[in-house]
Design a protein around this ligand. Structure first.
Ligand code: ATP
Ligand code: MG
Length: 340
């Protein structure tokens, strides 16, 4: 985290996750870890994006509704504290849907089609021939989420950078129409591991691609995932020099192992030969098992008390409703719509 810049002034932080599955290691390094640090310093809101989850799951809505509380349990298990961070549910904030409507008039279809993240998601989901309108336009709804809180700082993985770019374009258009600054531009906060790959190294780890190690993974699931992890395919004998580039074992060790010096010695050893993949996988397995055990245990405990999770969302959504209504009022004012 850029601590100088981030502690100088209190920022408004907005982040979120689609409620499309349990959270995974990619979320942990890509954004959850920063959120735990940020909640001590800034005014932070986390949005459980159920409406956005429906943009590609409307025909299977249980996938979204059944994951809302799982995501909240994941937050609490990694140390997000609802007394410091407001956790809210997107569908409980109608002002965000209204803002989306107003912003839709400021964005062209061709601009939406150029968004590189949406482009690759359309391919992955096989939407090339028939894209749901809500899916193509989800960057607009994300702009509504961010500006609805007038957020200035957004901790995200790098797949989200095009969304922040589109958000800032909308902000500039709104401010130009207003002739003054009504909405804040936001900046991303990227972690070192801003796009954690899946265990096969082919894609980013993602809920939708079923290629993730979840934060709630069992000991056996973690072991199985590490067994099948992509290493250096040309590293056939222990004594051979190995390649660490694209070797997912080392990508994960870099992201999760607490001892950087030890990992750089390990890399040297692997590259000069004499270190087998069995050994490096064992080191990774121990590291991930140790890291995920307490998270899994807490997560299970939180999921035993669903009423408490619902209560956190109800309270957080009440606070957020007030904030987003205020921004909606300001935006409607620009369009001259507060006449009644
Ligand atoms: P879906 O496949 O449903 O889109 P997802 O796994 O991509 O799910 P999101 O809810 O879309 O997760 O993303 C929530 C946040 O987590 C975003 O800020 C995103 O950048 C970050 N994130 C998701 N996957 C990764 C990853 N593999 N590495 C780093 N950050 C990630
Ligand atoms: Mg995603």
């Amino acid at each position: 985290m850029d601590s100088k810049q981030d502690t100088d002034k209190k920022e408004i932080v907005l982040t979120g996750d689609r409620a499309t599955g349990a959270l995974h290691l990619g979320h942990y390094v890509g954004s959850l870890k920063q959120r735990v640090d940020l909640q001590a310093i800034h005014e932070q809101t986390i949005l459980v994006a159920d409406m956005q989850g429906l943009t590609d799951n409307a025909h299977n809505p249980r996938k979204v509704s059944s994951n809302i509380l799982n995501v909240v349990a994941d937050y609490l298990a990694v140390g997000i504290d609802p007394s410091k961070t407001t956790i809210c549910l997107q569908s409980q904030l109608p002002a965000l849907a209204e803002l989306t409507m107003y912003y839709s008039n400021l964005v062209t279809i061709s601009r939406l089609e150029r968004n590189p993240t949406v482009k690759s998601e359309i391919q992955n989901k096989g939407f090339e021939r028939s894209i749901p309108a809500g899916f193509l336009t989800y960057p607009i709804s994300q702009a509504a989420d961010i500006t609805g809180f007038n957020a200035t700082l957004v901790p995200v993985g790098d797949d989200q950078l095009p969304m922040l770019e589109q958000t800032n374009e909308i902000v500039r258009k709104v401010n130009t129409i207003a002739g003054r600054i009504v909405l804040n531009e936001c900046r991303p906060l990227l972690s070192n591991a801003s796009r954690l790959p899946s265990t096969d190294g082919k894609n980013k780890m993602s809920k939708s691609m079923s290629n993730a190690i979840n934060l709630g993974a069992t000991e056996k699931e973690i072991s199985a995932a590490i067994k099948s992890i992509y290493t250096d395919p040309n590293h056939l004998r222990v004594e051979d020099p190995g390649n660490i580039k694209g070797n997912v074992v080392f990508t994960y060790l870099d992201a999760f192992h607490p001892d950087e010096n030890y990992i750089s010695q390990l890399k040297e050893h692997y590259q000069s030969g004499g270190l087998g993949d069995g050994t490096t996988k064992k080191i990774l397995e121990e590291c991930l098992q140790d890291m995920l055990r307490p998270i899994r245990e807490k997560r299970t405990e939180f999921l035993h008390d669903k009423a408490q999770l619902v209560d956190i969302l109800v309270k957080g959504s009440q606070i957020s409703r007030d904030k987003t209504e205020k921004v909606l009022f300001d935006v409607k004012d620009i369009f001259g719509l507060n006449i009644l």
